[in-house]
Design a binder for this molecule. Structure first.
Ligand code: GLU
Length: 478
């Protein structure tokens, strides 16, 4: 059997991280089994679906490098197929037209509610002669519940799921405006696209019995179902768009698009999200090839996955470290431009990326740290000034300015040797005592990469200007 799976988002908003994880699981499952991954846009809800949402979903999937093999198919373009299938069920008697006025049904529903019983359609139109259609009257199309149907289905993740008869009635397949409902279209499409496995969020478990009954009515064999647990927020409660402001502060979001803005790398997010709800031993980091090799549904857990932004940052930091410096430079250019820093992705920017990437969790952090190479400090960290600025520091920096022209900035090992000599002279051999005031002068703080790297990237002229300015500003103090 060829594995054919699909990701079927409804374009009513941006791509949600839960949706992303469903997309990833389908994509990896298809790749692992040498199958086909299909993208289907479920846009039959014309009031809530928008082109902007379609574009965002496709952009997010492309950004994540999740490539589909077929589609995107749009349900809105497949109406003739649904109509033909509705006719088929009407003809075979698995469906019938129901003319009950909406107000009447509403009354019956309310009555059931007040009596605290589950509302079910009472079958008023069930036995109408299909040939005696009262022309011109609005109708919905209902499914005719069969007498016999399975009492459970076997879910590849959740196990045996009972089919709860209490909840099933002659449900509506198409509304009075002729629009077929989700549960109907999804079955017609999954059958038409020869889907072998339906891998989706477990919020769809309750829909599955109706879908199974439809397969049975059409005489199609049903695909296998795998319902994956939903993703919860760091506090264990369901992810909610309303709590977005809180999530952003923690470094996460409900929206996939935001992760790009927050400076995460797509392959890091891919790695992290796959691990929310799937595991292969204790391994945290996987190459795509490893994921494809190892991913299968038996590694998917039954418990809800919890988003842990600290872990996500850690994963991202690992990927940043492994990223090529020139590729990082390319990514930094637009982020620096946003700060008013115009630069190209040249060797200098690659060097900046190289020295900052081990010290950053995200691209945004890296860009923030990189500004110091483009904009001289205008203020100096007060605590560091109190600790490291004094008469000796000033004498040392004045000396440094003098000898700067003959220092071998590009040769860090030689620089280290020279600095040992300076330390002997100015701080009884204590390297920290000469490095810290210099860091302060060059960057405004004492948290920076190796001082030799900083000097080399800044170059002699810029070093001289920054040291002089610091002596002038801080000289008043000591
Ligand atoms: N369109 C549905 C959703 O976005 C998915 C349906 C399915 O996977 O069967 O939730």
């Amino acid at each position: 059997m060829t594995v054919r799976v699909r990701f079927a988002p409804s374009p009513t908003g941006y791509l949600h991280v839960g949706g992303l994880r469903t997309a990833i699981f389908n994509f990896l499952f298809a790749r692992h089994h040498g199958g086909v991954f299909i993208l289907r846009i479920e846009d039959t809800d014309t009031e809530r679906s928008t082109q902007a949402a379609v574009d965002q979903i496709l952009d997010s999937l492309r950004w994540m490098n999740i490539a589909w093999d077929e589609g995107p198919y749009f349900q809105s373009q497949r109406m003739p197929l649904y109509r033909a299938h509705l006719d088929r069920l009407l003809e075979s008697g698995h469906a019938y037209r129901c003319y009950c006025p909406a107000e009447e049904l509403e009354k019956k529903r309310k009555a059931a509610e007040s009596e605290k019983r589950q509302y079910k359609y009472d079958g008023t139109c069930r036995h109408l002669d299909p040939k005696a259609d009262p022309a011109g009257r609005p109708f919905v199309i209902r499914f005719r519940m069969p007498e016999k149907y399975p009492d459970h289905f076997d879910d590849l993740v959740l196990g045996r799921i009972p089919i709860d008869e209490e909840r099933l009635d002659d449900w509506i397949l198409a509304r009075s405006d002729g629009m077929p409902v989700y549960n109907f279209c999804v079955v017609v499409d999954d059958a038409d696209m020869r889907i072998s496995h339906v891998i989706r969020g477990n919020d769809h478990v309750a829909n599955t019995p109706r879908q199974i009954l439809l397969y049975q009515a059409f005489g199609y064999s049903a695909p296998q179902f795998a319902h994956i647990p939903l993703i919860h927020g760091p506090d264990g409660s369901k992810l909610s768009k309303r709590r977005e402001a809180e999530y952003r502060k923690l470094g996460m979001s409900v929206s996939v698009q935001e992760y790009a803005r927050m400076g995460y790398l797509p392959h890091a997010l891919f790695n992290y999200m796959t691990r929310v709800g799937w595991s292969a031993g204790d391994q945290e980091l996987f190459s795509l090839a490893e994921f494809i090799q190892k991913f299968d549904l038996d590694g998917v857990g039954k418990a809800s996955g919890i988003m842990n932004p600290e872990k996500l940052k850690w994963v991202n930091a690992q990927y940043l470290k492994a990223e090529d410096d020139h590729a990082l430079a390319q990514k930094l250019v637009p982020l620096l431009a946003e700060k008013g820093i115009g630069t190209t992705a040249d060797d200098r920017l690659a060097k900046i990326a190289e020295c900052l990437k081990p010290r950053s969790n995200t691209l945004v952090e890296l860009a923030e740290k990189a500004t110091i190479f483009f904009i001289a400090p205008t203020a100096y960290d007060e605590k560091a000034v109190r600790k490291f600025w004094n008469r000796e520091a000033r004498a040392w920096l004045e000396h440094l300015v003098e000898v700067l022209p003959e220092l071998p900035l590009a040769d860090e090992a030689a620089m280290e040797e020279r600095f040992k000599g300076f330390a002997e002279k100015f701080s009884a051999g204590n390297m920290g005592k000469i490095a810290q005031p210099l860091r302060l002068a060059l960057t405004g703080s004492t948290a920076s990469p190796s001082i030799f790297t900083v000097m080399n990237i800044l170059g002699k002229d810029e070093c001289r200007a920054r040291i002089r300015r610091a002596i002038e500003e801080l000289g008043k103090l000591g």
